[in-house]
Design a protein. Structure first.
Length: 67
């Protein structure tokens, strides 16, 4: 799971948000679905939309310890 999160983070930082969606939708990544992957997707969408508000909402929604 750690490698997948770092791969998604690197794609976000490289401004390759379309690749984030492809990686998450790939057959190999289906077994790794969950809160952490959803959080990375929310961050990618916020980055793609260049929306600080979407980033803040995503950060609050996926805050550690919040269920």
């Amino acid at each position: 799971m750690g490698a997948l999160k770092y791969m998604l983070l690197s794609k976000i930082m490289l401004n390759s948000v379309s690749e984030v969606n492809q990686i998450i939708g790939a057959k190999a990544a289906i077994g790794y679905t969950g809160k952490e992957v959803d959080a990375m997707k929310a961050m990618a969408d916020a980055h793609h939309g260049r929306s600080l508000d979407a980033f803040r909402v995503g950060k609050e929604n996926f805050k550690e310890g919040k269920t």
